[in-house]
Every structure is written in structure tokens, then in C-alpha cells.
Design a protein. Sequence first.
Lengths: 117, 114
Amino acid sequence: GAGVSQSPRYKVAKRGQDVALRCDPISGHVSLFWYQQALGQGPEFLTYFQNEAQLDKSGLPSDRFFAERPEGSVSTLKIQRTQQEDSAVYLCASSLALRGASGNTIYFGEGSWLTVV
Amino acid sequence: AQSVTQLDSQVPVFEEAPVELRCNYSSSVSVYLFWYVQYPNQGLQLLLKYLSGSTLVKGINGFEAEFNKSQTSFHLRKPSVHISDTAEYFCAVTNRDNNNDMRFGAGTRLTVKP
């Protein structure tokens, strides 16, 4: 597609439920990022993939958060046993360039809005 | 690690007035700087970026920003705003050696009033 696509756009989960958020990056983009954006805050880095390799997961807040990109294209962010503090917008982004490349423009999706009740 | 401070959480302004959204960064290494805009219920859209060269950077929608290394600032400006510029604006920084780790400010809500 023309841009980064995320689904579902909106998700309401009961506390303790597992959720899976999907990201379709721009075709051919090597790098893929996940960010968490709490209400009234800027996005916070969660994790980074270069093709299928997860090179940086330093931002994942707990071991309940898991991300994968098995074929180097579509990625899924999974949150197990959701808690109320997980309520946020989860943004996926992709870029054509490799890690450290100069002038790397990162393109963002519209986000998946997760509300845990 | 690098960080960004956006000094104003909200900026109200009248239509056709000039506006400046302030951003200061902190980093021990050379950086790339970005401004993104987020309209309601949408993702982030790149307005402009500073990589190197001229410190005055022009972006889309009539916005520009100036990189000031001595003041570690990257303020965003527009000489005359429109109602349609009402949105959340985020300043972001990456260090040149690790382009993956993009850090965002908390955002500035620009509200343009008629």
C-alpha cells in the first residue's frame, strides 16, 4: 500500500486479556519501529526490526510485551495479560534505510488505539 | 541518550498571526532533528528535518525551523497560520550513530482561532 497500515484502529480489551496489533509497513522498507504514545505524551520507542531481526527491544516495558516480524514484512505487537496502564496508542513506523543511515525518513501509521478496561 | 524538551504544552494563536513552537534538545553527540505534526486520530507526518548544512530548514505547509547548536534549539516557525494548522506538533531527535532511537518531546498543541 501507499503508507504504513495498522489494525485494528481501535481495540477495547478487558484487563487480563491478550491483544495482538498488526502493522503492514510500506513495501520494501527494511526498518520497522514500534512506539507507544500515552495520552498527552509524545511517542516512546518500544522496539526496532531490521528485516526479520529484532535488533533493539530496549523500550519494551515488560515481558508481557512481545513483537515479531517473521518474514521481514508484516509485524505484530502482542501484549499479554493487559493492564490498565497499557492503554495508549501504539504507533508503527517504517523506513527504507538501514540502521544508522543518514537522513533516514521514518513514516508512521495512524496507530492502534488500545483501551484496557 | 538524547532527549527533547518542548517548552510549551499549548500555544493558542489567532489566524494569520505568526507562531513559534519551541524545542530544545540534549545530546552528547551530533544529532539529526525533526518536527512531526499529528492531526486528530491520525499518525505522525514529517514536517521537516535537519541533517546537516544550512541551519534554516524549510518544510511543508509553510513551516520552517532553525537549528542553533550553541543554544541546542530547533524552534519551529510559521509567519502566518491557518485554521487547518491546528494540531499536535512533536519535536524529535536521533543521534547520528544510532538512527533507530528517535526520542520525541511531549508535544505542543497548536490551536488556531478565527
